[in-house]
Design a binder for this molecule. Structure first.
Ligand code: COA
Length: 305
């Protein structure tokens, strides 16, 4: 075997990450720079970067997440993907993780390749976990035209995230504990993407913040509608939908600058799936199923593949 055939997979740090950055998205590169627990593993042949796997492993979690895996098209079917996964597995075992999972869209061009690679490396059969809807101005106009202006009960008012004072932002932080808001529904659940200040809408009651629809800026042209939250005692009266509609109207006003959006609905949120089918379907451009697979991490040499 000559040097040109030797595949080397290693954890990357500092400037060693740079030649491999081309093998994942700008968003994942940003996360690697700014977010704790992100690790890049680079694959090289004869010193030439040919592939990259990125995983996230938080200190307080036994389950790690494979964020991205990519091998240069000219270097495929030579065991590099398998080698990257082996390196991911062994690095995670050393870090104390018990399981690794990963997600991808069923209709992504690479879905079949990733599925075959994961199956080859002993990951579980993929299951669908959520639906991700991609849309644009059409859905914003549809929502605007098909809903009357909200008539909020006395004492309630909408406001824009941009108008929150720093004291109020601190109170939003406190709400996570006092209201036991799941991390994913709280603005702090996202550490790298900025909140869209003008379209993100909060609901106030007598001045207090009691709900929100948070939008994050994925790119300058695309928002992720990340979380709709309402204080639990207010759920069920239609206020949540009103906040979502109001945020869509505020987004419509800026649709020339920010024309795209997407949002995710978990598989078991049947009420939301029914709502989307009845009320939003005509405005959707593309709906992708988010697939999920995982693998228990077994220390030492019993983890053959
Ligand atoms: C998926 C991917 C990483 C696989 O990398 P690879 O280096 O070609 O994979 P390997 O050579 O290690 O293949 C290992 C096994 O996976 C399976 N496999 C991989 N590619 C396959 C293919 N095209 N057809 C069938 N099986 C395949 C096979 O079981 C293979 O073993 P074998 O070659 O002994 O039969 C690569 O195809 C890729 O980068 N695709 C694009 C992924 C992408 O877009 N990622 C970005 C979003 S996360």
């Amino acid at each position: 075997m000559n040097a040109e055939d030797v595949i080397e997979c290693r954890v990357l740090t500092g400037f060693h990450c740079l030649p491999f950055a081309q093998y994942t998205t700008p968003h994942t590169n940003r996360r690697c720079e700014h977010e704790a627990g992100m690790t890049m593993i680079g694959a090289s042949i004869g010193g030439r970067p040919v592939g990259l796997a990125v995983f996230s492993c938080q200190n307080d979690s036994e389950k790690a997440s494979l964020e991205s895996i990519f091998v240069h098209p000219d270097a495929r079917r030579r065991g590099i993907g398998r080698g990257l996964l082996k390196a991911v597995h062994s690095t995670l075992v050393d870090m104390g993780a018990a399981e690794v999972g990963g997600t991808w869209f069923h209709d992504a061009p690479s879905a079949g390749l990733v599925e075959r690679l994961l199956a080859d490396s002993g990951w579980s059969d993929p299951v669908s976990t959520a639906m991700v809807h991609h849309c644009g101005r059409r859905i914003l106009a549809h929502v605007d035209q098909n809903n009357r202006a909200a008539r909020l009960p006395a004492g309630f008012a909408f406001d824009s995230w941009a108008n929150l004072s720093s004291d109020e932002r601190a109170r939003v932080d406190e709400l996570r504990e006092t209201q036991e808001i799941p991390f994913g529904l709280h603005p702090n659940g996202e550490s790298t993407l900025p909140v869209s200040p003008k379209t993100t809408t909060v609901l106030r009651h007598e001045g207090d913040i009691v709900g929100w629809m948070i939008h994050h800026e994925l790119t300058p042209e695309m928002l992720r509608y990340s979380s709709l939250w309402l204080r639990p005692d207010l759920v069920g009266g239609g206020l949540g939908i009103s906040v979502a509609i109001e945020s869509a109207r505020r987004h419509l006003a800026l649709a020339d600058q920010i024309p795209r959006l997407f949002f995710m609905v978990m598989e078991d949120n049947h009420a939301m799936h029914r709502f989307i089918a009845r009320r939003l379907q005509p405005g959707l451009d593309r709906s992708s199923i988010l697939m999920d697979s995982s693998k228990a991490l077994i220390p030492a040499s019993s983890d053959e593949k």
